[in-house]
Unconditional design. Structure first.
Length: 411
């Protein structure tokens, strides 16, 4: 065993001449452990919420969305739809038309987004799993139906079980609005309501999903689409699939994956995660002041040992390494204890759902706090503990040994 680590281990575990030094040393270990525990648990909670939000988004979002690079619409007669459908990785393609709209129901009204989807949308998405009231029907026996986001239904106070419920939809007319009367500025029609879905709060509060043919006619977008949703087969490399779609569609179109479709949301979540990481790292830095205190007291307590080691031939470099190893051992021991405790708690929460969300059952999309253990986070936390503990040990050892040397010379 390396001599410096042999002495460091002995100094860490053996009783000191003053019991207070033992207490402060183990308080230091506990402080570092609490900091590491908090870091891994909080980061895992953020990972869990990101996973939940990503799952909710993917329930209605396509793997890839094709949008025009300029302008608002895609001419379907010139778009290479058949080439995309011919790809082995393509599971399906859906035409989309979207427009801001005013929804009216009784004496209530709400501004949102009308989203028209072509045939196959229900089968390609997980919309059936997020339908919370009514039935998932967009078209039946030539009759068109609307699926409302839960927020839209709440604003309009809609009960989908009412068979006579009709939703009035108004969208801006195409053309020059300056020469139109108010009545001519909007196209309007009524549609039956089949059900209510709940996915992501932002979409639930704004989107009403209807059949493509009905929406395209109302918006005057026949033969056009505002975007094309492309769904890939399972186990498909989205990165490679995206490159193939870009080659087929050409430079006139933008191809976005799910991250790019919700880029702002993902960036906000990751920014929040890193902000919390920085805050907790500062708390960990504060905890290392205990390490500084215990290491300083240990060096003072071992002044006699230091003199003996010097008589035996130990130089200043050896002494620095010895107490640096001692400081690192305190940090590493605390970090390992904190990480193990955090990993056990996260895995237990992931497996058994120990910590429940407050409120009535079903009031939230999930019933327990979501967590996800990412091993890169474990390594990052351990390295953070090592860096913070190492820097504090270096500062303490250099200052304390220099102070002892000065006192010795004065004596």
């Amino acid at each position: 065993m390396n001599t410096t680590f042999f002495f460091a281990k002995r100094y860490l575990l053996a009783r000191k001449s003053h019991n207070l030094i033992n207490i402060i040393t183990w308080i230091s270990v506990l402080g570092v452990g609490v900091g590491a525990f908090a870091l891994i648990v909080v980061l895992s909670v953020f990972n869990g919420f990101e996973k939940v939000i990503s799952t909710m988004i993917s329930q209605l979002s396509a793997d890839l969305v094709i949008e025009p690079a300029s302008g608002k619409t895609i001419q379907l007669d010139t778009f290479p739809m058949e080439q995309i459908l011919a790809l082995d990785a393509t599971r399906g393609v859906v035409k989309i038309v979207e427009e801001d709209a005013l929804f009216r129901y009784g004496n209530r009204q709400h501004v949102g987004v009308l989203r028209g989807v072509s045939e196959g949308y229900e089968a390609l998405t997980a919309m059936d799993s997020i339908t919370i009231q009514g039935s998932l029907i967009l078209e039946y026996s030539g009759q068109h139906y609307a699926m409302l986001g839960s927020g839209v239904a709440w604003y309009l106070d809609i009960n989908p079980r009412n068979p006579a419920a009709l939703l009035q939809v108004l969208v801006p007319s195409r053309g020059n609005p300056s020469v139109m009367q108010f009545e001519q500025a909007f196209n309007q029609d009524a549609i039956s309501i089949s059900g209510i879905y709940s996915s992501q709060q932002e979409m639930d509060a704004t989107h009403v999903i209807v059949p493509y043919d009905w929406a395209a006619k109302l918006m005057e977008y026949e033969g056009m689409a505002t975007s094309i949703d492309v769904f890939a087969k399972s186990k498909t490399s989205i990165k490679e699939f995206k490159q193939k779609i870009k080659q087929i569609s050409g430079s006139d179109f933008l191809v976005k994956d799910q991250f790019e479709q919700q880029e702002t949301l993902y960036q906000i979540m990751r920014s929040e995660k890193w902000a919390i990481y920085i805050i907790l790292t500062f708390i960990l830095i504060m905890a290392t002041f205990n390490v500084i205190g215990s290491l300083s007291m240990l060096i003072v307590d071992k002044r006699k040992d230091i003199n003996i080691l010097k008589y035996l031939g130990a130089d200043q470099i050896f002494l620095r390494r010895l107490f640096l190893a001692e400081g690192l051992m305190i940090s590493v021991l605390g970090g390992i204890i904190g990480l193990l405790a955090g990993i056990i708690l996260v895995l237990a929460q992931e497996r058994f759902g120990l910590l429940k969300l407050g409120g009535e059952l079903g009031a939230f999309v999930i019933d327990v706090y979501p967590v996800q253990l990412v091993w890169q986070d474990v390594m990052m936390v351990f390295l953070t503990v090592m860096v913070v503990g190492g820097l504090s040990a270096v500062f303490t050892v250099y200052k304390a040994l220099k102070r002892i040397k000065t006192l010795r010379l004065m004596e």
